[in-house]
Design a protein around this ligand. Structure first.
Ligand SMILES: Cc1ncc(COP(=O)(O)O)c(C=O)c1O
Length: 286
């Protein structure tokens, strides 16, 4: 099956989808997006993703182009048009096409775009051995809770990680850990899981919620506070989470081992629960 996109009311081959060079998404990065995993062809936590989309749209003062029921129908159709059982749905809404002017146009129509790609779990090797990360100062803007398509800060940070052969970059702002360039970050110290609170300094990850729920179900005490840089550097374990990474252990930070230098015991417990959780989703969809 060839890749199909949705653009402004129609489904068409991805390679044929076109937007104007005057689209404010292209000119200003004036838009928001979502990435929604679909497991066993069922969009995962769709209402939470649509609520986060609404939060992002409200933050940039852009009206939602359609009700949730219509998003649900279109996302379902996009999934149905692709063959992988597990898919990653990307959707983007921009402020549309207008003459270039920073102030909002009075009457532009939002551009709505969606595509689907296969969703694959992280390779076994990364799960077994963990991944290397570097650290950097979080120089992004102060509305990191908004899932904006203006991702230049995140791209620069992620490239710094790629240049260093690292999987991600753990970020610090004012001496406290925030998140990573495309993932949330958790720290384990003395058996407690430390998670930065969902404020304006991090993206409220949907997988972040899953990790906290699974940790609580496994009896791991959770503290919602941003760890200090010192606490991160002396952590027993560090984890990353995102819809594509699921939950992954960080085993080196700036070239130094995290804890024992192997994925820790708390990680193994939560990772196992995560896989069981996915199997339950697959059974429910069967
Ligand atoms: C900056 C940032 N933080 C966290 C996340 C994790 O969010 P989710 O769990 O919804 O994938 C992402 C996902 O892309 C991200 O870009």
């Amino acid at each position: 099956m060839s890749e199909t996109a949705y653009l402004n009311g129609e489904f068409l081959p991805l390679g044929e989808a076109r937007v104007s060079v005057l689209d404010r998404g292209f000119i200003f990065g004036d838009g928001v997006y979502e990435v929604i995993p679909a497991y066993s062809r069922r969009p995962f936590r769709l209402s939470e993703h649509l609520a986060r989309l609404q939060h992002s749209l409200d933050a940039i003062r852009l009206a939602n182009p359609m009700p949730d029921a219509e998003w649900t129908r279109l996302i379902g159709e996009l999934v149905a048009r692709h063959s992988p059982e597990d898919q990653s749905i990307y959707l983007q809404v921009t402020r549309g096409v207008a003459r270039r002017d920073h102030a909002f146009p009075k009457d532009s129509k939002p551009t709505v775009f969606m595509m689907s790609g296969p969703l694959t779990s992280p390779p076994e090797e990364q799960v077994e051995n963990g991944v290397p990360c570097i650290t950097a100062s979080d120089f992004r803007w102060l509305k990191c809770d908004v899932k904006t398509i203006s991702l230049l800060g995140n791209c620069l940070l992620r490239q710094a990680a790629a240049d260093a052969g690292a999987a991600e970059v753990v970020l610090f702002r004012d001496g406290r850990m925030t998140e990573a360039s495309a993932s949330n970050v958790f720290v384990v110290r003395d058996g407690r899981l430390l998670a930065p609170p969902k404020d304006h300094l991090i993206l409220p990850g949907i997988t972040y919620d899953v990790v906290l729920e699974l940790a609580a179900a496994c009896g791991i005490p959770v503290e919602l506070r941003a760890p200090t840089e010192q606490e991160v550097r002396g952590a027993d374990e560090i984890w990353l989470s995102s819809s594509t990474k699921e939950v992954l252990a960080v085993t080196t930070l700036d070239g130094k081992p995290v804890g024992s230098g192997r994925p820790g015991e708390a990680f193994r417990v939560v990772y196992r629960e995560y896989q069981e959780f996915k199997r339950r989703l697959a059974r429910a969809a069967a």
